[in-house]
Design a protein around this ligand. Structure first.
Ligand code: AGP
Length: 369
């Protein structure tokens, strides 16, 4: 086992650090900036079906569901196709409205999650086209979908999903851009910029991993928190959910993720000096609004950890701790903003003496209801 951990203390840490190379693996042979083209083998023959979809429904559980939510933002922005995202466990018990003309995308790292599998079977039975995004080659979900794409993240041993998530987001980004390419309203030049930006992400992820020691020292100030709030907007709202899920599953601290603007509709009542708030406050079109949310938290004595864009001189004046990350296109930011949150959860959990690779009550793959 020590050899498999490759010198890291835990599989989770190893898997967090593998993300730059995993991202490169997901893109390998699929992205060509030179030809301004994508080649997504598994879906290439089904592009007309995908582009012609009445709507898309993404079904998944847990972290894969969070990736799915980012997928909705990506596909709606780039391909202008309406996308719904549902928990597989809700979809399967609801007599869902789904049928011919719909494209259902199931996302699963293991490819064995019982609810996701059951939801896929219902969608198929009712005549929808079902596409899979799976990591484990030959898994049940991968076999039962009509077609799909593998994420090639390699085996993920830590129960808390990390590299599988970023691989899913890269896959969804490529799919969204591929669908966009068929849209005559979109310009080809912009597509090549998006592909260049995508290829630059792994190096930026490496840069963020170099902040590991800084993130450990931030964790040292928060390891005994009882509740933590995570806030983000747009593409980074699902990242807030994912940051909160990582913290709760491995450190057993109660954490909640919310869209930052929803803070005023309830969670703000929780804020005091004992409830730290993690803000994803990168420089995008909602930056100013997030900044004012931070000010509201500060005025209630809340402690703020901000994930911010490199070069931002303003945020350091209002947030207690800032983790600066490189800039990228807004649609790619989740691939970067999630990394400090994974590391923060990891360090807080290890400082609390938790078994991060095998947290209590959790299984790597939930194959029973
Ligand atoms: C993530 O950290 C979790 N352990 C869990 O939410 C997981 O993402 C979920 O069970 C879905 O698994 P799957 O991707 O293998 O279907």
């Amino acid at each position: 086992e020590e050899i498999e951990k490759g010198g890291f203390e835990h599989f989770m840490l190893k898997e967090i650090f593998e993300q730059p190379s995993v991202m490169r693996d997901v893109m390998r042979g699929r992205v060509s900036v030179e030809h301004n083209a994508l080649h997504l083998g598994g879906i290439q023959d089904h592009l007309d079906t995908l582009r012609g979809a009445k709507r898309m429904v993404i079904l998944a559980c847990g972290t894969s569901w969070h990736a799915g939510l980012i997928g909705k933002y990506l596909i709606e922005e780039f391909a202008r196709i309406c996308v719904e995202v549902d928990y597989a466990s809700e979809f399967r018990y609801r007599n869902p409205i789904v049928g011919p003309g719909d494209v259902v995308i199931v996302i699963s790292q293991s490819g064995e999650t019982a609810d996701t599998l059951a939801a896929l079977r219902i969608a198929k039975e009712r005549g929808a086209t079902v596409m899979g995004i799976c990591n484990v080659v030959g898994s049940t979900i991968a076999r039962e979908t009509h077609f799909g794409m593998y994420t090639h993240a390699g085996p993920e041993i830590g129960v808390a999903s990390t590299k599988a998530f970023t691989a899913q987001v890269v896959a969804l980004f490529m799919i969204a851009v591929q669908l966009r390419m068929g849209n005559p309203e979109m310009s080809g030049v912009e597509t090549s910029v998006l592909l260049q930006e995508l290829l630059a992400v792994p190096d930026k992820a490496e840069q963020i991993l170099r902040l590991n020691d800084d993130i450990l020292s931030i964790a040292e100030s928060y390891w005994d928190a009882e509740h933590v709030l995570y806030l983000g907007r747009g593409y980074n709202f699902p990242v807030a959910l994912e940051g909160a899920l990582k913290l709760k599953e491995i450190s057993y601290i109660h954490a909640e993720g919310y869209p930052a603007a929803e803070m005023k509709h309830g969670p703000i009542a929780l804020i005091d000096e004992d409830v730290p708030v993690v803000f994803i406050a990168i420089r995008d079109h909602s930056y100013r609004k997030v900044l004012s949310n931070i000010e509201e938290v500060r005025s209630r004595k809340g402690r703020v950890i901000a994930i911010a864009t490199e070069g931002d001189r303003e945020i350091g004046r209002i947030a207690e701790h800032v983790i600066y990350i490189p800039e990228a296109a807004a649609a790619l930011m989740p691939l970067l903003t999630v990394i400090p949150l994974q590391l923060l959860a990891y360090h807080i959990a290890t400082l609390r003496g938790c078994n991060v690779d095998r947290p209590r009550n959790l299984a790597k793959s939930v194959t029973v209801e």
